[in-house]
Design a protein around this ligand. Structure first.
Ligand SMILES: Cc1cc2nc3c(=O)[nH]c(=O)nc-3n(C[C@H](O)[C@H](O)[C@H](O)COP(=O)(O)OP(=O)(O)OC[C@H]3O[C@@H](n4cnc5c(N)ncnc54)[C@H](O)[C@@H]3O)c2cc1C
Ligand code: SF4
Length: 483
């Protein structure tokens, strides 16, 4: 990777720091463009676009790769933006090894994938620099309004698509910033928050009204929103952390992953975070244990290692092959110095007011369970203790109790607490109330949130059009039959 210091040291023209930075940015832009074109031209245009099939948005990857290789960047940008509301974000955070790149024919043939995600990111970063991305221009302002609860990828994608159609949009979020997990979940080193802010600012400039610090169910009632808007979208994500039932006795040094990641992200945004500054949520000079093997656990270990700890260990009860998280993240974590204790099950927290050690058992993999994954079994006599100063539990998330939170018993949920919708219309049992994103799927991915947001926007548009047609009746004929 080219660094500013590489050229800052050579300064034959005695340029100021500002001039040298500008110079660096120019060199870097050329370097990034050259790399993107080099990679894009590796695409074999194989004719069966497995990459496109395996992208949840079915992005037209082969075509925008070809346009990039031919240096037709504005067209590449238009095409890539036609199917994705945040390509530069997906390019950074999608687990491409499981999606587009994992299915690239060149990868399958053993020659290393075309780096689709990096090219996608490059195209839209370049479009921002060139000023090609502008606020949405509305051709027709409609009178109908949509209330969207949740400003994560699903809510934002739906808001953008519906605003393009001319609806009045209000997005309600309990956080103080829009973006959902893009802002307070995914760490800064994977997704610079400036990139998210650029997207949300553009939506504000497009006439979308954000009501932040506004929790539906407490700051405003759900019933109030139903009266105020012609349709409602619930896109609240999943936030209730799984915990392990160990004798934690309210130890102040055992914390859920989101508390830790939110604090670090807030520090990155220059917020005052008292519990970070007083050391409680800070890894400096500590032995850190992260429990879990998914993407969130990987984000925790990689955030922790950046805070100058003494050590960072990850405890997971299965082996590396059976980890649910992205293997790419695991390799990155190993490279950064994280120690993985695979096949290790924590059984007890030991300490007085604070946990000082964690008792754990070694495991072995037995027969496969219903999901096909081999079931971990305990090895007797393998009990051991691991010293720690801070334990971060990263064991997944469940939905909160939305019907109770919204005081809306008619809102049907599944056994796992996700909102039940009609899979075609994406509407819940309540007329005009739709749902999308993690609150329907369970914990998923940004790209699926965007896909659901786009789909639900199309369904809400159909619903509102039908609703407005009902009011325009001609004598003996309704408008629908005359059009
Ligand atoms: C730590 C972490 C790292 C991740 N990393 C990745 C990654 O690298 N790549 C990837 O593709 N996916 C990743 N994911 C998953 C991804 O972030 C989610 O799948 C995606 O954000 C879901 O989008 P959403 O819009 O459904 O919900 P969210 O992003 O969760 O947004 C929901 C919003 O609703 C708001 N809300 C909730 N309840 C209320 C209420 N009552 N009133 C008002 N507002 C409310 C919340 O404040 C939030 O802003 C990660 C998840 C986590 C937890
Ligand atoms: S959105 Fe994600 S899966 Fe689709 S092309 Fe981009 S990086 Fe790949």
């Amino acid at each position: 990777m080219l660094k500013f210091t590489d050229i800052a040291l050579e300064n034959p023209k005695k340029e100021s720091i500002f001039q040298r930075k500008k110079h660096f940015n120019e060199i870097y832009a050329n370097f990034a463009k050259q790399k993107a074109q080099e990679q894009a031209s590796r695409c074999s245009q194989c004719g069966i676009p497995f990459c496109q099939i395996h992208c949840p948005l079915h992005n037209n990857i082969p075509d925008w790769l070809l346009l990039t290789a031919e240096n037709r960047l504005e067209e590449a940008f238009e095409l890539s933006n036609a199917t994705n509301n945040m390509p530069e974000i997906c390019g950074r955070v999608c687990p491409q090894d499981r999606l587009c790149e994992g299915n690239c024919v060149i990868e399958q043939a053993g020659h290393g994938t075309v780096t689709i995600g990096s090219i996608e990111k490059y195209i839209t970063d370049h479009a921002w620099e060139k000023g090609w991305i502008k606020p949405i221009k509305i051709k027709l302002e409609r009178n109908q309004s949509v209330g969207i609860i949740g400003a994560g990828p699903a809510g934002l994608a739906a808001a953008e698509e519906l605003r393009k159609k001319g609806y009045k949009i209000t997005v309600y979020d309990r956080y103080d910033r829009a973006g959902g997990l893009l802002i307070y979940g995914i760490p800064n080193f994977k997704l610079d928050k400036e990139i998210v802010l650029k997207r949300t600012n553009r939506l504000t400039e497009s006439g979308i009204d954000f009501k932040l610090n506004c929790e539906v169910g407490s700051t405003v009632s759900f019933q109030n929103l139903k009266e105020k808007h012609d349709a409602i979208l619930i896109a609240t994500g999943v936030y209730k952390p799984h915990t392990i039932d160990l004798n934690k006795k309210k130890a102040s040094n055992v914390i859920p992953a989101m508390e830790f990641l939110t604090a670090s992200n807030r520090k990155g945004l220059n917020d005052v975070v008292i519990n970070f500054d007083n050391g409680r949520l800070n890894c400096l000079n500590k032995n850190i244990l992260v429990i879990g093997g998914g993407d969130t656990a990987m984000d925790c270990v990689r955030t922790a290692i950046r805070q100058n700890p003494v050590s960072v260990k990850c405890l997971y009860r299965r082996d590396q092959k059976n980890m649910p998280g992205s293997q790419r993240d695991v390799f990155n974590a190993i490279e950064e110095g994280i120690e993985f204790n695979w096949l290790t099950l924590p059984t007890n927290y030991i300490g007085n007011k604070k946990v000082e050690t964690v008792k754990a058992l070694k495991m072995q993999l037995g027969s496969s369970d219903e999901s096909g994954r081999r079931h971990p079994e305990q090895i007797s006599g393998s009990e051991h203790e691991i010293k720690c100063d801070l334990v971060i539990e990263a064991l997944g998330f469940d939905p909160e109790n939305i019907p109770m939170m919204f005081n809306e018993p008619d809102l049907e949920v599944t056994k796992s607490g996700t909102i039940k919708i009609d899979f075609k219309s994406m509407m819940s049992k309540i007329d005009g109330v739709f749902a999308a994103g993690d609150i329907v799927r369970g914990a998923s991915l940004v790209v699926w949130g965007i896909k659901d947001g786009r789909d639900v926007a199309a369904n809400i548009h159909n619903y509102l059009e039908e609703k407005s047609l009902k009011f325009i009746k001609l004598p003996n004929k309704d408008v629908a039959s005359v059009i």
